[in-house]
Structure formats: C-alpha cells, structure tokens
Design a protein around this ligand. Structure first.
Ligand code: SAH
Length: 346
C-alpha cells in the first residue's frame, strides 16, 4: 500500500496549507509541516511534535516521506568521503564530500546514470534510469553537510553539480532543489556558492539565463574543435560548439556571470598547439576561466592523461592570452570518487 501514498515532499508550502484547510484544520499547520520536512529534515511524522497525534496519524495514512538512505560511506586517505545513496525505489547514486583547507564542497548527483555519452566518463556507461526528484538532490546535500560537521567541524561551504548525470537534462528538479538549498527555510546557502556543471546543452543554458539564476555555470568543454569534441562527446553532433557559443554569449548578456570551462588534456586527442589556439579563440567570446582537470582513468587506457609538456603548453599559452587558468588535482581517486569515476562500483 505504501507505494500508492503520495510523497509529501512533492507538495509546495501552499499545497500543504490547502491540504490542511481541506481537512478542516488551520492552514498554518502546513507551514509547520513544511518546516519539519525541509529545515528540520524530519524522516517521520512522529517527529512532528507540535502536531496532534491524530493529525500525525492522518498524515501517516495519506503520505510517505521518501527519504534517501546513505547506504555506504567510503573515506579516502585525502579526506574525501563518498556516499552511496539509496533511493526509495532501490536505485543508487553517489555523492562526494571534498574538504580543502578553505572549504568543504559537496559534489552531488542529479540523475541516476546519465543521458549523455561522453566516452571518457564512467557514469556515461550507466544508462540513464531516471531523474532525481528535488528532495533526493536536497537530501544528498543535507547528508554531506552533516558529515562535514561531524568529520571536519564545519558546515558545508560549497556545492557543485558535478556528480552523476547531466543537471540541465533534469533542469526543473535541479532548480527546485537549489531553491530549497538557498531558501532560509532550507539550508539558507548563498547561490554564489553553487556551481551547476553542464556538458553544454545550449537550449537549457539560454533557459537558465532567462530564469536569471544566481548560481554559477561551468561547462565541460574538453575541446574547442568541433570534430574533436564530437569524437569524445558524441552528443556534441547535435549540440554544436557554434550553438554552445551562441548560448554562452546569451548567458553572459543576461546574467553578467563569467563561465568556467572544465577541460581535460588527453594524449593524442587535444594536446597540440592547435587545440590550445582553438580554446583561446573560444575563450574570447565570453569572460571566463579555464579549469584544467586531471584525467581519472576509468578503464583500459583508451584515454590517457597528457604529459606535463602538454599541460605546460596550455598553461603558458592561456596565461599569455590573459585567460585565468587553474589546474585541479584529483581528489578521492583511491575510492573512485574523483570526476568521471562515479559508477556505483560498490
Ligand atoms: N554532466 C555534467 C556534470 C558532470 S560533471 C558535466 O558534464 O559537466 C563531471 C565533470 O568531470 C565533467 O567536467 C566531466 O567532463 C568530467 N569528467 C568526466 N569523466 C572524467 C574522467 N574520467 N576524468 C576526469 N574528469 C572527468
């Protein structure tokens, strides 16, 4: 019978207020329940002690609270923690806590599997099973915030949507989750501390710009040459660099927010001068910075991290062109928690 009950967290505050009205109770009960569900993270109706026992029983009879369950925790020697998160239907996603001296970052998933097909990414090998609901995304953040307080004595400071899935293919739910994360009734975090990372879905980047979102945007570029990008990210045949460029220009016009390009340099794929030149040209379209990510091997060596000379070439040419560039070292590699390694291996 449980399955036929509605997930109470799918209801907005207004819907909760109307529900209480419909059963002859005061609408403010809706506000109370909303607080229990979101600010206080209640897992059961019994916890809602400012409601009468009858009201709690009534809720229990009509609704479920589909909370995620952190099923497994792996801790890396560098302090990174990976959570295996079980959803109410038994599917599993992963989220990661990444501590540095200055911050603690949660890397969260937006889909079970992924809709896209980047050939260097372990998540892409899992076909997309379904989108995560707003509360399933929110719960991952809450779980990591708790771990951050427990293991690092401080609350979570940043969130990146760089776990499993393509956030812009689940845009509505990602947005609803971010609303909860940033609202005072949720975690009250600043949207400036949130980064949504996309493989580059032009139409959705424009939609985000129209929605005047306040969080930051990262784009997994990896190559600014159409032919090369198509080879490693086959969906780029439909979402071309030309369309991506147009969408990013639109984004900047509307939001005035600079963009971060994520970029892995692979041996024999994008490690030549012409690749850097193309990247520099692409960087001229919109104010941006480049984040070079270390490659995390996922299999038999089809993709290999380029050697240091190639990285130095990128860094020196980008710096000469006055494009900010950082190199990000992998975290949590020993527990398969680094970029592109999330694939529910456990
Ligand atoms: N789908 C979104 C969110 C995932 S973010 C996106 O593509 O942006 C994960 C980041 O890790 C992306 O920048 C992705 O390109 C990168 N990545 C994927 N596989 C990787 C690997 N094996 N090593 C390093 N980075 C990888």
């Amino acid at each position: 019978m449980e399955q036929t009950k509605k997930d109470i967290r799918a209801l907005s505050k207004e819907e909760l207020r109307s529900f209480f009205e419909s059963i002859g109770e005061k609408p403010f009960r809706g506000d109370q329940v909303y607080q229990w569900l979101w600010s206080k993270g209640a897992h059961s109706f019994d916890q809602m002690t400012n409601l009468s026992i009858q009201t709690r029983a009534h809720l229990q009879a009509n609704f479920v609270i589909n909370h995620i369950k952190v099923d497994s925790i792996q801790r890396s020697k560098d302090g990174t923690i990976k959570n295996g998160v079980k959803l109410h239907d038994g599917l599993v996603v992963e989220s990661v806590l990444i501590p540095t001296n200055a911050r603690t970052t949660a890397c969260v998933s937006s889909q079970v599997g992924c809709s896209l097909d980047c050939s260097f990414c372990a998540t892409a090998r899992l076909k997309r099973m379904r989108n995560l609901n707003p509360d399933e995304i929110y719960d991952q953040v809450v779980a990591i915030d708790k771990e951050s307080r427990l293991y690092h004595d401080r609350p979570l400071s940043n969130i990146v949507f760089m776990g499993m899935g393509e956030p812009l293919m689940n845009y509505k739910n990602v947005l609803a989750a971010i609303d909860k994360i940033t609202s005072p009734e949720g975690l009250g975090m600043s949207p400036k501390r949130i980064v949504v990372s996309t493989s580059g879905v032009p139409k959705m980047i424009k939609k985000m710009a129209d929605d005047k979102v306040k969080f930051n945007l990262a784009v997994s570029l990896h190559s600014a040459i159409q032919e090369t990008r198509e080879k490693i990210m086959p969906f780029a045949k439909s979402f071309t660099l030309e369309d991506l460029k147009e969408a990013l220009v639109y984004w900047f016009e509307k939001t005035a927010k600079q963009i971060t390009y994520e970029y892995v340099v692979w041996k024999g794929i994008n490690d030549q001068k012409q690749d850097v030149k193309a990247l520099i040209t692409f960087c001229s379209y919109v104010p941006c910075k480049v984040n070079i990510i270390e490659y995390n091997p996922i299999d038999d060596g089809v993709f290999q991290q380029a050697d240091n000379n190639a990285l130095d070439l990128y860094i020196s040419m980008l710096e000469k062109a006055r494009i900010p560039v950082t190199v990000r070292r992998s975290r949590g590699k020993d527990i398969d928690a680094a970029c592109g390694q999330l694939a529910n291996k456990q």
